[in-house]
Design a protein around this ligand. Sequence first.
Ligand code: SF4
Length: 351
Amino acid sequence: MNLIGLSRAELQSELEKMGEKPFRAKQLWHWIYFQGKRDFEEMTSLGKPLRQKLIDSGYTLNRPEVVREQNAADRTRKWLFKFNDGQSVETVYIPEEDRGAVCLSTQVGCPNGCVFCHTGSQRFTRNLTAGEFVAQFMAARDSYDEWPSPSHETRYLSNIVVMGMGEPLLNYENVKKGLQIIMDGEGIAISKRRITLSTSGVAPMIPRVAEDLGVKLAVSLHAPTNEIRDKIMPINRKYPLEELIAACRKFQEIGGTRQYITMEYVMLDGVNDSDADARELMRLVKGLAVKFNLIPFNEWRGCPFKCSSGNRIRRFSALLEEHNYAAPVRQSRGQEIMAACGQLKTAAGQA
Ligand code: SF4
């Protein structure tokens, strides 16, 4: 049994089954999530008999296997991680000057099938467990040898974006549990202010993110009207824009309007990038505290779309900014290793 992914209460109950006192769970938590140890023998404060019992009982602290690691010229790093059942996901680290964000996956493949998304063209296989979700981040930290958990000021893997393969709100219980482990102040300790969860618009679950987690929200909006969104994001037929925007309002009622929502908007030539689209977009989000993130489309083989021209993207951004919306154009990172936004896909999915 892999102990990574158990809540504190579950860890305690495992230890109680072995006849151990509750405080042992706190110690073990520290060794697993603060020190990042993978070997029970190194957990000196546990005492030799308990260390031996953990080993003899067959507990593990396994990370996924690193099948491949690729490094881009801009220092973006992408891993292909394989889990015990042979399924794999991609995880990306996007560095800034003295910090950086790890982009975590939540599902093998994605059931949503957004037509512009490379991941969405991969068959959905399964959800990640909470343990697999957390172990993915721990494996990224192993790769940079960032143990024990450094203080926020000095850590390199400082932020998390839940924007990799999959739709997190279709695997909510596991993602919630995983993030609660990652946010725990006595372990990995990434603060909720440094975590952004991105959804394609599973409207009924959006308020839960504010209630349960308090992390930041990003919405893959990508279209100003139902007509356009229905064509490029099938999920819109289930949760149309009215429902999605109402859910965002609820999110801000709970989390406060200082909790800006980032509206992700991929720039698709001739599809969603006209001046009229920009105006419609502003009408749509009126009354919400939002900022936009304009994403030049990363083309991939077999995809029917082209990226909007540089001029068009600048004009679109300027229109939004004239009306006091932040609308920066996202710098694409890790493009040559297919690590950029919407490009993740595992070999299994390409078969
Ligand atoms: S954009 Fe997100 S939700 Fe849509 S198919 Fe890609 S991974 Fe899934």
